[in-house]
Design a protein around this ligand. Structure first.
Ligand SMILES: [Zn+2]
Length: 537
C-alpha cells in the first residue's frame, strides 16, 4: 500500500492559488506579454503586482471552497476544466464568455472531437490529469473546526490587506490597462468560466418566452402568384472569409468557376457574430446586429416563417451543425442522416451531398420556392476533411486537427482548398438553376462568419465582436440572378453591380433583401435594408 501524501488545508489552499494563478493562467500571461508595454517605473510596479492581483482572489476563493468532503471532488473538477480552458486560451486565442459557453453548449460532439489532438491531450495530461492524481492520492488535514475557521479568517484578512497594499500603487495602470483591454477579464482562468456559465443561464431565464408574431399574414403580389414561379436558393456559408475569395481580390485563384458566372459581389459585408450560434439566427432575424439576442430570436418569427406563411414552399437542407432554431417550422432535411457513401464519412458529409438529387427535387416542385442549403463550408480546424482530392490544389496541406503542428502556409493552403471546393458547389448550383428557365431563379450566398488563420497568432473564430479582427467578421456575400428574375424584379444590373462594389453591407441586409426579391409583402419589410431596392427600374 502506498503511503498517502498528507497536506494541511492551509498549504493546499496556497498551492492551489499559486498553481491556478501562475500555471493555469498561461492565456492571461500571454496576453499581458503581448499587450503591456513598460514605459515607466510604474509599469514595472504594475507588472510586479499582477501575480498578486491574480493569486490573491484565487486564494480567497479556494479558502471558501476547501471544506471537508467537498474539497477534493470540487478541486479536481476545477483543475480539469481550467486545464482545458487554459489550453483553449493559450493555444487557440479563445476568450471565455457567455457567448463562447453558448457555442460549447450548442456544439455537437463531432465538433468537440475535432479539437482533440496530441497537443491538447498532452496539455491536459500534464496540467490537468497529473494534479488530479496528486489530489486523489492526498489526505487533507484540517484543524478542529474553530481553529480552522479562525486560521482561514486570519489568512483571508492578510490576503486582503496585501491586495489593498499592492493595487493602489498601480491603480492608474490597472484602470488604463483594463479600459484599453476590456477583454482581458475573459482570460482570468476559473473566474472567467464561472462567470460565463452563470451569465448564460441567467440570460436564458430572463429571455422573453412569448413567441412573437411579426406578421401573421404576409402576402405575395398578383405578379408573384402568376407564372413563371420564383425559385431562390439561399446558400448559408460556414467559416468562409471574404479575404480568401478571388472575387474579393485574393491573389490566389480560389474562384475559377464563379468568376465565369455572372456574379454580383457585395464588396464589404460584415457578419452579425463571430460564431454560427449567433450569426446564423441573426441572418434570418428581423433584429439587426445591435439589437440581436439569440434567446429573443428563438421566440420570434424569422425570415423562413414569413417566406412560408406568404405561400412559398420553404425547404431547409442541413449539412452543418444544425439550423440553430431557424428551420423548425419549415421542411427540414438532414443531409448527414442520409449517410450517402459518396460524400459522407462517419459523422459528416462534404457539401456535394447538398447537390445530390437537387435537380430532381426542383423538377418536382410546384409553386414558388425557397431552398436553403446550409453548408459545412470551411469548418475548422479539420479543413482537410471539407473537400475531395480533386480540390487539393494548394499544397502542402495540413491534414490533421492539430493546427499548431502545421506551418501557417499549410493551414492557409488547406483553407484555400475549402474555398475552391465551395466555389465548385456554388457554381454547380447555378448550373442546375440554369436548367430551369421556366422559373425565375436566383442564388444568394452569404457566409456566417470568417476565420483567423494565424494573423496575430489567432486561429479559428468566436472572438468577442468588439475585438474580433476583420478576418472573422468580413464575409462573402454573392448574388446570381437569372435573366428571368432580373426582369421580373425590374433590377438594373449595372446599377446593382456598382452599388455592390461601393457600398457596405451586413447580415442585417439579408432579411429585407430576400423579402424584396421574392415580392413578399409584410409590414416588417424595411426597403432601406433591401440591397436590390435602389436598383429597381
Ligand atoms: Zn459558423
Amino acid at each position: 500500500m502506498i503511503k498517502r501524501f498528507k497536506i494541511s488545508s492551509t498549504k493546499l489552499i496556497l498551492f492551489m492559488a499559486l498553481y491556478f494563478g501562475l500555471v493555469l493562467n498561461f492565456g492571461f500571461w500571454q496576453f499581458i506579454a503581448a499587450h503591456f508595454e513598460i514605459s515607466s517605473w510604474a509599469g514595472y510596479a504594475f507588472l510586479l503586482s499582477l501575480p498578486f492581483f491574480l493569486v490573491i482572489p484565487l486564494y480567497i476563493f479556494f479558502s471558501l471552497i476547501t471544506l471537508p468532503y467537498v474539497a477534493k471532488p470540487l478541486l479536481m473538477i476545477l483543475v480539469a476544466l481550467s486545464s482545458i480552458t487554459n489550453y483553449a486560451m493559450f493555444e487557440l486565442g479563445i476568450f471565455i464568455d457567455a457567448e463562447m459557453f453558448r457555442n460549447i453548449v450548442e456544439t455537437n460532439t463531432r465538433e468537440a472531437l475535432d479539437l482533440v489532438n496530441l497537443t491538447s491531450i498532452l496539455w491536459f495530461v500534464i496540467t490537468g490529469l497529473f494534479p488530479i492524481i496528486l489530489l486523489l492520492d492526498m489526505k487533507i488535514i484540517y484543524s478542529p473546526f474553530k481553529t480552522e475557521l479562525l486560521k482561514r479568517l486570519k489568512y483571508i484578512f492578510l490576503a486582503l490587506l496585501m491586495f489593498l497594499c499592492f493595487v493602489p500603487v498601480s491603480y492608474k495602470e490597472y484602470v488604463s490597462f483594463g479600459r484599453n483591454n476590456r477583454e482581458v477579464r475573459k482570460l482570468v482562468n476559473t473566474f472567467n468560466y464561472i462567470y460565463a456559465v452563470s451569465k448564460h443561464y441567467k440570460r436564458q431565464a430572463e429571455a422573453s418566452r412569448h413567441f412573437i408574431i411579426l406578421d401573421d399574414k404576409p402576402t405575395i403580389s398578383q405578379d408573384a402568384k402568376a407564372e413563371p414561379k420564383k425559385l431562390l436558393i439561399l446558400v448559408v456559408g460556414e467559416t468562409a472569409r471574404a479575404k480568401n475569395f478571388s472575387l474579393y481580390g485574393y491573389d490566389r485563384e480560389t474562384n475559377p468557376l464563379l468568376s465565369k458566372q455572372d456574379i454580383i459581389t457585395f464588396a464589404e459585408t460584415s457578419s452579425c457574430g463571430t460564431a454560427t450560434a449567433v450569426s446564423l439566427p441573426c441572418m434570418f432575424s428581423l433584429l439587426d446586429r445591435k439589437n440581436f439576442d439569440v434567446d429573443d430570436a428563438k421566440y420570434m418569427q424569422n425570415l423562413m416563417d414569413l417566406v412560408k406563411l406568404s405561400g412559398y414552399n420553404a425547404v431547409w437542407l442541413e449539412n452543418d451543425d444544425g439550423c440553430k432554431n431557424v428551420c423548425h417550422r419549415v421542411t427540414l432535411e438532414d443531409m448527414v442522416a442520409t449517410k450517402n457513401p459518396k460524400h459522407c464519412e462517419k459523422d459528416f458529409c462534404r457539401d456535394e451531398v447538398l447537390l445530390e438529387g437537387l435537380e430532381e427535387r426542383i423538377s418536382k416542385l410546384n409553386g414558388n420556392t425557397v431552398i436553403v442549403l446550409h453548408t459545412m463550408g470551411s469548418h475548422g480546424p479539420t479543413y482537410y476533411k471539407r473537400y475531395t482530392d480533386d480540390f487539393k490544389k494548394f499544397q502542402p496541406t495540413c491534414d490533421g486537427s492539430d493546427l499548431q503542428k502545421c506551418s501557417r502556409e499549410e493551414i492557409i493552403n488547406t483553407y484555400d482548398n475549402t474555398i475552391l471546393y465551395t466555389d465548385f458547389i456554388l457554381s454547380s448550383v447555378i448550373d442546375i438553376l440554369k436548367k430551369f428557365p421556366q422559373y425565375e431563379t436566383g442564388l444568394i450566398y452569404m457566409s456566417d462568419h470568417g476565420e483567423s488563420l494565424g494573423e496575430n497568432n489567432l486561429y479559428l473564430h468566436g472572438l468577442p465582436y468588439a475585438i474580433a479582427p476583420d478576418e472573422q467578421t468580413k464575409v462573402p456575400f454573392l448574388v446570381w440572378l437569372s435573366p428571368q428574375l432580373k426582369q421580373a424584379a425590374n433590377i438594373d444590373e449595372v446599377c446593382l453591380k456598382n452599388k455592390a462594389e461601393q457600398g457596405t453591407y451586413s447580415h442585417d441586409n439579408l432579411f429585407h433583401s430576400v423579402l424584396g426579391l421574392l415580392d413578399i409583402q409584410t409590414k416588417v419589410y424595411n426597403q432601406k435594408q433591401d440591397v436590390f431596392q435602389n436598383c429597381r427600374k
